[in-house]
Design a protein around this ligand. Structure first.
Ligand SMILES: [Zn+2]
Length: 443
């Protein structure tokens, strides 16, 4: 059977064999191109339902990846000011991450090419996914020490039979930029297009840039096949401690800035100071008329808890970063109230017990900011969040409006503050417990 695709360099147009790590001429990232792109529903579920728009091997390896739920997030939408917000819950993949979609394609092709093992030049979730799919296929998976950054993902990798050490001869070497990973990830866009049709914006936690670029490729293809009439705007979210794509976007640069340190973020999954697909991610932001935003680690922690409580989804910190960006984007006017928005919940919070504990601890702590908000409410009675924000400024505390909302919600959850709708706005006041905390702090 002749293949309907080829692997080539988008710059030099050189066609290369599958498994080639980079363009032999310019060293750039490679891309899968299709001769006749046409979507037809295929047998099989998840990723392989999209065989007609994927490089399809003769015997696909699967653990049941893909076909993840698209949840209409009403309660979360109310909180952040969006009427049509959806969560694409990728935590429901076999290893708890969207990376399974890419690993299914890579490991299937490792077998197809007659290779005997996979060697990971990647960190975290990608390595854990590859190890799981190698276990399924009965081939070896190894990672060079130094690439695995996070303790819990390392445990996961090793439980699936992954080994640390030099690659075997004849291994398929996988980097974050691997074009087959991109092909697997892009199936998220096809699923969104099939379920919702056109959407206005997609929120993407961004590390290597591979996911953001893959989603863009998927939406562009879905538009080319007539499945949707237009592509959404892509929105990249990073943590302020390591945000090379966001900072480059803010300066209108074509290349990610070399800033931030590996391991400096709470959201380790998106902490990547030299993103392998950063250039393509920036291109996707530009071409889609998108945007990019950095969020603070404290907001990431807060939103892990808020997302769990409002929608029943326990997400990894990277996904919580995506959610934390929503009130900021609404406030800046990047998203409108009626915009149809999909936020990608990239992975499961249960993969990272430390961040869950940190989020719980944070929600219980009453620091100086919260105490000042409680005092404002004690003195002013029942007022809306904007009035709290203005009063804090008058007292010399310059918080952003989303930060004021967030602190109010956290204290509402903790039973210190209660709210009700008065007219068209939500007003806040102290509970008895809130009064008690104020008085205890002063005694
Ligand atoms: Zn090239």
């Amino acid at each position: 059977m002749s293949r309907n695709f080829e692997l080539r360099c988008p710059n030099c147009r050189v066609v290369v064999r599958l498994g080639t790590p980079a363009c032999p001429k310019c060293g750039g990232n490679l891309e899968v191109f299709y001769r006749n792109l046409e979507f037809t529903e295929c047998e099989g579920r998840g990723v392989w339902r999209f065989s007609s728009v994927l490089p399809t091997p003769s015997s696909p390896v699967s653990l049941g990846e893909g076909s993840t739920p698209l949840i209409a997030a009403k309660r979360l939408g109310d909180r952040v000011g969006l009427e049509n917000l959806y969560l694409k819950d990728e935590s429901r993949n076999p290893t708890g991450s969207f990376t399974d979609r890419g690993a299914a394609v890579v490991v299937s092709w490792t077998l197809e090419l007659g290779l005997n093992s996979v060697s990971c030049r990647t960190s975290g979730d990608v390595a854990a996914s590859l190890a799981a799919y190698c276990a399924r296929a009965g081939i070896a998976c190894c990672a060079s020490p130094g690439y695995m950054m996070d303790r819990y993902r390392l445990y996961q990798f090793m439980l699936y039979g992954g080994r640390l050490g030099s690659p075997k001869k004849g291994a398929y070497v996988v980097r974050h930029s691997d074009p087959l990973l991109v092909e697997g990830y892009k199936t998220i866009s096809y699923e969104v297009a099939l379920s919702l049709g056109e959407v206005d914006a997609v929120i993407v936690p961004t590390g290597s840039g591979a996911l953001l670029y893959a989603l863009w490729k998927g939406f562009r293809e879905a538009a080319a096949t007539g499945m949707i009439a237009r592509e959404p705007r892509m929105i990249a979210v990073q943590e302020s401690t390591c945000a090379p794509v966001v900072r480059a976007f803010e300066r209108s640069l074509g290349e990610p800035l070399r800033i931030g340190d590996a391991g400096s973020c709470l959201a380790v999954e998106i902490c990547d100071p030299s993103p392998a697909r950063g250039r393509e991610a920036l291109m996707a932001l530009r071409e889609s008329g998108g945007s990019a935003v950095a969020v603070e680690p404290s907001d990431v922690l807060a939103w892990i808890g808020l997302l769990a409580e409002l929608e029943g989804v326990i997400a990894e910190p990277a996904a919580a970063a995506g959610i934390a960006s929503l009130p900021v984007l609404v406030e800046k006017g990047v998203l409108e109230r009626s915009s149809r928005v999909v936020a990608i919940v990239t992975g499961a919070g249960l993969k990272d017990p430390r961040s869950l504990l940190a989020s719980l601890r944070r929600s219980r702590r009453i620091g100086p900011t919260k105490l000042m908000i409680l005092r404002v409410l004690r003195e002013r009675g029942s007022i809306h969040a904007y009035a709290v924000w203005r009063e804090l400024r008058r007292r010399g505390l310059n918080l952003t409006k989303p930060a004021v909302y967030q602190n109010l919600w956290i204290m509402e959850r903790g039973g210190l503050v209660k709210s009700k709708i008065r007219g068209r706005r939500r007003v806040y006041e102290l509970t008895e417990e809130g009064w008690r905390v104020c008085e205890t702090a002063e005694s």
